[in-house]
Write a new protein. Structure first.
Length: 289
């Protein structure tokens, strides 16, 4: 969904009349350089050591030990922030790790009314329990369908990878990086990881697709991927714009003082923007009749 269609979704609200002369000023402070993780799917052996390390680091149950676990594609859950899936590709079996992408300008944080979902200066996108009011707007807005709500819990939380935020504050690497025996997962500054990825592609141009997934998708994020096959064959969304989703609504959010009144309409538009084309088409077709 392009910017024009997004703005069209907000049409009819009369927002132009509500825009004040001056938008809220942006924070002039320079952010720290984001950290990130580079995943080389050509090196992943599907051992799932990263899954086990993640569970241990965050006090979750041991990951599914079913020997047929790779027979189905899994998504991150409330008790498993990181999962490894196996894909049949033109180059045979390829394994790919999935978790929160830690977007540079996350839609989940933009949609959060209480700033419970926060993009830290260091890069990780974290959820803060003491600020959450349980609206679940973060779930609706995420283009990667990552945040999960504990529906079965009497005191539910939003669960998603936080890039091992507590470990980072202690000067440690994320648990998945430390546990990978194949060195398929590397940690560092996002800038350095992009340079590393580009250098690897240039060194072995026949091995890799000439793209780093996560560098630009939805505005880019802290999780970056290298692959030897098109990313669509690994279950990645390839229909995302390079514009950060919050940018589509930035002027609207800053300018409208009665945003709480119009928030449902904004969320509907944001949700529509993050849906895949095949999910959005029936709705658009119905409205065109």
């Amino acid at each position: 969904m392009n910017r024009r269609n997004f703005v069209k979704s907000l049409g009819g609200l009369g927002t132009a009349a509500l825009i004040p002369d001056k938008a809220l000023a942006e924070d002039p402070a320079k952010p720290k350089e984001f950290v990130g993780i580079l995943v080389d799917t050509t090196r992943c052996i599907g051992c799932r050591s990263c899954e086990i390390a993640c569970a241990e680091a965050h006090g979750f149950p041991d990951p599914d030990s079913d020997p047929n676990v790779f027979e189905r594609e899994r998504s991150p859950s409330t008790t498993q922030w990181s999962v490894v899936n196996r894909y049949e590709t033109r180059k045979g079996e390829v394994y790919a790790k999935k978790q929160c992408m830690h977007c540079n300008q996350p839609a989940c944080a933009a949609a959060c009314l209480t700033k419970a979902m926060l993009k830290t200066e260091e890069g990780p996108v974290i959820w803060r329990e003491d600020k959450c009011m349980g609206c679940r707007f973060c779930m609706i807005s995420c283009p990667f369908d990552v945040p999960k709500f504990e529906y079965e819990s009497p005191v539910p939380k939003i669960q998603k990878c936080n890039l091992c935020w507590d470990r980072l504050k202690e000067g440690k690497e994320p648990a998945c990086v430390e546990a990978c025996p194949a060195e398929a997962i590397k940690f560092g500054s996002r800038r350095d990881l992009i340079e590393m990825g580009r250098a690897q592609i240039a060194k072995e141009p026949d091995t890799y697709i000439h793209q780093i997934y996560g560098e630009n998708e939805a505005g880019g994020g802290s999780y970056l991927y290298l692959s030897g096959v098109p990313f669509g064959q690994l279950g990645f969304r390839t229909d995302l714009d390079n514009i950060p989703y919050p940018e589509l609504s930035k002027d609207y959010l800053y300018a409208v003082p009665v945003i709480l009144t119009l928030w449902p309409a904004f969320l509907l538009a944001l949700s529509n923007a993050t849906k895949k084309d095949d999910e959005r088409r029936p709705y658009e077709t119905q409205n065109e009749r």
